[in-house]
Design a protein around this ligand. Sequence first.
Ligand SMILES: [Fe+2]
Ligand SMILES: [Fe+2]
Length: 429
Amino acid sequence: MNTHARGISSRWLFPGILAPVVLAVAAGVFLRATANSGAVRNLHLVFHDPRARAVTVVWNTPHRLERPVVRYHQVSGDDSAPCAHAAVAPEIEQPAVALRDTGSRDWRYRATLAGLEPGARYCYRIADSGGAIVDYRAFRSAVRPGEPFTVLAFGDSRQSKRHRNSPIRRSLADAIGREDLPHLTIFTGDMVDDGSSYRQWVQWFADFSPVFERSPLVPVYGNHEAKENKHEVVYYRFFPSPGGGRWFSLDYGNLHLVVLNTEVPYSASPWSMWQEQARWFAQDMERAAARPDILWRVVACHKPPYSTGHHAVEKDSRDVQRHLPPLFDAHGVDLVLSAHDHYYQRSYPLRNGRVTDRSASVYRNPRGVMYLVTAGAGAPLTHGAPAEWVAKYREAYHYCLIAFGPGRELVITATDINGDLIERVRIVK
Ligand SMILES: [Fe+2]
Ligand SMILES: [Fe+2]
């Protein structure tokens, strides 16, 4: 269910000195929230356009809600009184398509919380005619260009018949919850084993609910969601892309983030879809290059252009290795986030397949692309072979926090499930 908050930092739940106020209100809704346990599922936040000063709350319920409403307000460590509450009635989609392993249809709700002050902390709460059904959840609104922010990146949490991994996922969510609340979360794909299984999706959202209910999610489409693209209708129902396409970009602060789809076949038909994605990428990056407020260019794609795991020799991975790095070199990409091989592996900055900077942890104008495989969110760990371009490797469940700014630097901190540091890396421009 979505209303638990195992081990989550009090900063995530009750930010600032408003804690007593929020606590008192939350206590009043606790019984109702408990009584409704399981009623709300798949609750998460998304930004469709971070610069539109809005965030969208999305969830499902098995029964139609009566007069649902989402209330939200700003909270501040400097201000003991909440700003005026705003309320929005969610849009209701007609009952979701009955998915393969469900006996019922779910209702799906979306509420856009608009008019957000940039770079602020907010709380939201969902209620229906009977009272609160989700008590307060904190989140951060998008920052202005130039202001510092932190992105959580992790991925590959899929289970298997022999690998039931909810305890691992929940421990990881708890470890992330002990960090400062990230502004944004990128999940690098392979969320579930079988993208057509609604039960697996419900479990995935529940296991990571402390994260996804509080940090707007940017999902990346993996091969387990795709299953040869048979199930993409399920995935895109959960995560409709901005613009409705299979690939997209968004701007957050001074970051231009591009999400590519590596599950589009390269060599067989429709090869033209890959050419279309490559053409779109070039145009998108040219537009980003023309904007002075963009400093960082990050790409997220499920299959890694550089990786030494057992997937690396497969034909579809070799296509990714061949086709993507030249595009990234040509358009000044700083960092690529991927998954697929289940470990942590980071490259030195690379250009034309060659290392441009062999520093251990600080890279000043590296003139190359750093490739990071972050695929330790619960899928069975696998092994990566050594290579001369590998700067850091760890076979561990883990997550990454990427701090953009202050100033012209980003800092990647990779931490394992026990809270132990894997590495900290700086890129300075
Ligand atoms: Fe994968
Ligand atoms: Fe995977």
